[in-house]
Structure formats: structure tokens, C-alpha cells
Design a binder for this molecule. Structure first.
Ligand code: NAP
Length: 320
């Protein structure tokens, strides 16, 4: 009797490492080649694979997108291996967005201005760095709150990080009414404010407050600023862990505010719970994940991303 051949299983691992990339041919015996991925530390909770694999499948592109657990000191080696292992590109997440800039052969204009890369495309063996976080954030605000960034007075926490810098640059380029930058390391917010000053030369805000400011992360300063703010954005990692302190005291949250938390795991962060209790409109970062991912897909494939399939993939309950 002949035994039936086993169907070829997709055996993409939960995550790969630098050692796997260095020994790639032996590592990847899967039904379709892995030619895309996300590099981060830690990366196991990233939802990009679900979303990008749904997009690849919807477009009939025979390849996989996988997670790569890459430490800061491994980043350069890992990036430089990508052309050799026939990758199309990767996404970069915490903590690699800013350090990766120095390892790119070329930078797209927005990524260069921001000084952070979240999407790498391999082009003729070269690493080309892009940043889709800013435009993805802008689309997310429009879809969640039905308003354009340019009509908003924005207070941004985490202005010194990769995502925060992209959001700040996008808000500046779109000419938002007002931008208040807050960061744990205040000097980074002050430097960013200095860099963005030319975008805010026109006087537009009726209130007697500057259009662009870097302010200390102190309750008194925040209370004053929030009275002249429409949208609060959390672009720090605060809210991901149960033990995290609140981003702002709940007493500062008010019904006139929109609150956007770029964090999406957990889906209801303490900031979002506090915003809802205060009567403010609130949304988590899943919409930004979707839109920055769609823009990354378009960067890799020069075609429209299948947004409905990508949205469905990340709307489904998360696999444990
Ligand atoms: P990053 O480059 O490492 O920047 C981290 C930022 O968070 C910095 O501004 C840092 O301040 C601040 N921070 C870190 N720990 C803090 C703490 N304990 N208290 C106060 N501030 C703290 O990371 P990133 O890539 O920009 O990511 C930042 C956040 O954005 C993460 O939560 C990430 O999940 C989220 N994000 C979401 C999306 C999405 O699609 N939804 C996309 C990108 C990023 P210092 O400058 O003082 O270190």
C-alpha cells in the first residue's frame, strides 16, 4: 500500500533571529518563501504578519511575511543580509527606526526629514528607507475622527521617538493649527521644535499661544496646554504594560478632546479608558497600523493595497 504524501505545511516560525538569517537556505523550508518581515526587539506581539500575509494572499503574491527578533547590536548585520537572501523589504519597529537611518544606502525625502525609517525596500541590491508612519497616522485620524490634521491643535507625547517624530513631521507638513511636543527626554522635543519652526511661521491660532512649543511633562504645563488642544496623541510605549504609569492624570482629560493612542495592545489602554470616562472621543492605534502597513505594501509592490482584507485580518481576535 502506498502512503499518501503529506500536504506541504506552512511552517513559518513564530519568529526568526539573526542566526536564522545567516543560515537562511537551511532555515526556511516553507510552502512559500519568506521575502518580507518585521525587525524589532521585542517583536512577538507584532500584528503586521497577519495583516501583510492577508494582503499577499489577496493579491496572489506567493510569499510570506515573518517576524524577526533582532537586537540593536544585530541591526546592521541583519539589514545587510536582506539583499543576499532575496528579500523584497522589511518593516522596522521599536527600537530600530532611528538607528537604521545610518545603514540605508538611500533615504526617501520624508524618512530623511524625520530621521527614522519604518519601511525598507530592497532596490537593485540597495537598502532604500521610507517612513509610512506619518501618512498612516494622518489617514487614521481622518478615518477615526472624520477630521483632517490641518484643522487640529495637536499635543504629541513621545515626540522624541521614531513614531512621534514622523507624526510631528506629518502634522507640520499638513500645516496643523498648533503642535505641542512633549517627551520624557525634553531636549529631543526642543530640538524637534527647532527643526519644525519653519513650518509654523504663519500666525493662525486665535488663542494667545504659540503655534509650536516643546513643553515640560509636568501637570501644570499640561493643564494649560490642554485647554488649547483638540487632539492628544500618545506615541510613547506607555500603556502597553499593566505596570505603566498613566500618560497624563485622568483629571486633565476633558470632553472637548479627541485622544489617539498609537498603542493597540491592549486595545483599551488606561489612556483610552480615561478619555472615554471624561466624555472625550478616543481611538487606539489599530487604524494607524492598518494605514502605515497599507502604505508599506504599496512601497514594496507599486500597487494598491487590499485594505479590506488587511483590515479584516487585524480586526479578528488575536491568536494567543
Ligand atoms: P521609539 O523610537 O523607541 O520611541 C519611544 C518613545 O517613547 C520615545 O519618545 C521615548 O522617550 C518614549 N518613552 C519610552 N518609554 C517611556 C516611558 N517609560 N515614559 C515616557 N516616555 C517613554 O519607539 P517608536 O517606534 O517610536 O514607538 C513608540 C510607540 O508608538 C510604541 O508604543 C509603538 O507601539 C507605537 N507605534 C504604533 C504604530 C501603529 O501603527 N499603531 C506605529 C509605530 C509606533 P525618550 O525619547 O525620552 O526615550
Amino acid at each position: 500500500m502506498h502512503s499518501q504524501p503529506l500536504p506541504l505545511q506552512c511552517s513559518v516560525k513564530e519568529f526568526y533571529t539573526l542566526a536564522d538569517l545567516q543560515n537562511w537556505d537551511a532555515t526556511t523550508e516553507v510552502d512559500k518563501p519568506i521575502r518580507l518581515g518585521v525587525f524589532g526587539d521585542r517583536v512577538e506581539h507584532s500584528r503586521s504578519p497577519e495583516m501583510q500575509n492577508a494582503a499577499l494572499s489577496a493579491c496572489g503574491l506567493p510569499m510570506h511575511y515573518a517576524r524577526f527578533q533582532i537586537r540593536a547590536e544585530e541591526l546592521e548585520t541583519a539589514l545587510k543580509l536582506l539583499p543576499k537572501v532575496n528579500f523584497i523589504g522589511v518593516n522596522l519597529t521599536t527600537p530600530h527606526k532611528i538607528p537604521s537611518v545610518q545603514f540605508m544606502d538611500q533615504l526617501d525625502g520624508f524618512a530623511g526629514s524625520v530621521g527614522a525609517v519604518n519601511t525598507v525596500r530592497i532596490d537593485g541590491g540597495k537598502l532604500v528607507g521610507y517612513n509610512t508612519d506619518g501618512a498612516g497616522f494622518s489617514r487614521a485620524i481622518r478615518s477615526d475622527f472624520s477630521i483632517d490634521l490641518r484643522d487640529l491643535r495637536v499635543m504629541l507625547f513621545g515626540a522624541g521617538g521614531g513614531a512621534g517624530r514622523s507624526i510631528a513631521m506629518q502634522a507640520a507638513i499638513e500645516g496643523c493649527e498648533r503642535l505641542v511636543l512633549v517627551n520624557r527626554t525634553r531636549e529631543k522635543a526642543q530640538q524637534l521644535a527647532a527643526d519644525l519652526r519653519p513650518f509654523f511661521a504663519d500666525a493662525r491660532v486665535a488663542a494667545p499661544v504659540p503655534r509650536l512649543e516643546a513643553v515640560p511633562w509636568e501637570e501644570r504645563a499640561l493643564r494649560f496646554q490642554i485647554a488649547n488642544t483638540d487632539l492628544i496623541v500618545n506615541a510613547t510605549a506607555l500603556g502597553m504594560r499593566r505596570s505603566d504609569p498613566p500618560l497624563v492624570p485622568a483629571s486633565l482629560l476633558a470632553p472637548h478632546l479627541m485622544v489617539y493612542d498609537t498603542v493597540y495592545i491592549p486595545t483599551q489602554t488606561p489612556l483610552l479608558v480615561g478619555a472615554a470616562e471624561a466624555g472625550a472621543r478616543a481611538a487606539n492605534g489599530i487604524s494607524m497600523l492598518l494605514h502605515q502597513g497599507a502604505l508599506a505594501f504599496e512601497t514594496w509592490f507599486d500597487r494598491d493595497a487590499p485594505l479590506a482584507e488587511m483590515r479584516a485580518a487585524i480586526s479578528a481576535p488575536q491568536k494567543s
